[in-house]
Design a protein around this ligand. Structure first.
Ligand SMILES: NC(=O)c1ccc[n+]([C@@H]2O[C@H](COP(=O)([O-])OP(=O)(O)OC[C@H]3O[C@@H](n4cnc5c(N)ncnc54)[C@H](O)[C@@H]3O)[C@@H](O)[C@H]2O)c1
Length: 356
């Protein structure tokens, strides 16, 4: 008989764990919050008390995985643990939803993909930006051929000041895998490449900078309030990454990601150029630029567009596991994405373009 309820164990009860609970699980009748896990027991206990007092609490995810009644885990830990926990979860026969980035290197992302396939379980990694109204509309617009051939574009997430958890795991390469390129790049590069029709990346060239490791801790970014800051902690990742990606079909993408840079204000965007139309996503808003009957024409949908991508992405995971819905994400796309980022860091180290 088809299962009606998904019993989920949340691993990592920090900022994003809470966001998953608030934006979706607390409103989702098909999900039972069965267990909470955090190496800090007060966090697992605190979340359980608040969201599901009957749920089990763990300090070690391996103990949580031993519970055969748990169907799926949602991984909201620091990046370096994503692959380890996901692979252990597949071995224990669970489905996995994981926060971005998929993993801190492409080999680990591939190991997650393979473990999911071997277990015959669902692996989905957060791609919340694919689920906004603007992204969904534009995906159809491109698929209908209305943009023509997309041959070039730009994407980025520039912050004036907004370093998450300075001195903590976010700014420690061994735990995060990198700075804004892996933290923010995974969002907007993914969105751009997905809208381009997922062409195969073949080469990357880029440079990274670390200019704000010391100095003021001011922030003007509402999106940077993640992770715990540690005074005097490690900061061995970049705060700006700027570069260029080439695809097999000849298309190119310029990219720029910063946690801190002297720009006017924070901006997250994708701009793609097609032979029939171009378009821009700026935050949750979008515009289409085209020509009709010899006139230049801008298309701007009225009103505020919805930006609850996280909730919709989590709902898609539940739909996939319970109802066999089409997943918005294929694990190979995650491997390709992390390979771009890894190639970028290598290019920055070597000072030249890197073939993927
Ligand atoms: N999709 C998005 O928009 C978005 C936004 C922010 C963060 N994230 C991602 O979410 C993940 C978590 O980020 P965050 O901001 O919540 O960080 P956080 O530091 O606030 O939370 C991480 C939690 O994991 C716990 N933890 C550490 N090691 C653990 C272990 N071995 N077992 C169990 N728990 C462990 C920590 O104690 C902490 O409570 C990261 O991968 C980050 O990239 C995604």
């Amino acid at each position: 008989m088809k299962k009606k309820t998904l019993k989920i164990g949340l691993v990592g009860c920090g900022g994003m764990g809470r966001y998953h609970l608030d934006c979706h699980y607390r409103h989702e009748p098909r999900v039972e919050l069965a267990a909470f896990c955090d190496i800090l027991p007060e966090r697992a206990n605190g979340y359980a008390d608040e969201y599901a007092p009957g749920a089990a609490r763990f300090a070690d995810y391996r103990e949580l995985l031993k519970d055969p009644s748990i169907d799926a885990v949602d991984i909201c830990t620091p990046n370096y643990l994503h692959s380890e926990i996901a692979i252990a979860a597949f071995k224990a026969g669970k489905h996995v939803f994981c926060e971005k980035p998929d993993a801190i290197d492409a080999k680990k992302a591939a190991a997650m993909r393979d473990a999911a396939a071997k277990a015959g379980k669902v692996l989905m990694v957060m791609r919340n930006n694919r689920f906004t109204d603007a992204a969904k509309y534009l995906k159809r617009f491109v698929a209908d051929g209305r943009a023509g051939d997309i041959y070039a574009g730009r994407c980025g997430w520039q912050r004036r000041r907004g370093i998450p958890g300075k001195g903590g795991w976010f700014t420690t390469k061994a735990q995060s895998g990198g700075g804004p390129l892996i933290d923010l790049g995974v969002h907007m590069i993914d969105l751009a490449v997905w809208l381009m029709g997922s062409p195969r990346p073949v080469a990357v060239s880029g440079q990274t900078f670390r200019k704000f490791a010391e100095g003021s801790d001011v922030s003007d970014s509402e999106h940077s309030k993640f992770g715990d800051a540690v005074k005097g902690g490690t900061f061995d990742v970049e705060d700006l990454a700027m570069g260029f990606i080439r695809f097999e079909n000849g298309a190119v993408l310029q990219i720029e990601f910063s946690w801190a840079s002297n720009v006017e204000k924070e901006r997250r965007f994708v701009e793609l150029l097609g032979t029939k139309a171009g378009f821009a996503i700026d935050g949750s808003q979008m515009k289409i630029f085209t020509e009709e009957n010899g006139e230049l024409l801008d298309v701007v949908p009225p009103g505020v567009q919805k930006d609850d991508g996280h909730a919709r992405n989590l709902r898609n995971f539940v739909d996939v596991v319970l109802d066999g819905a089409e997943p918005c994400y294929k694990p190979q796309q995650g491997v390709d994405m992390i390979a771009i980022l890894e190639g970028f860091y290598k290019s920055a180290r070597l000072g030249r373009e890197v073939r993927l």
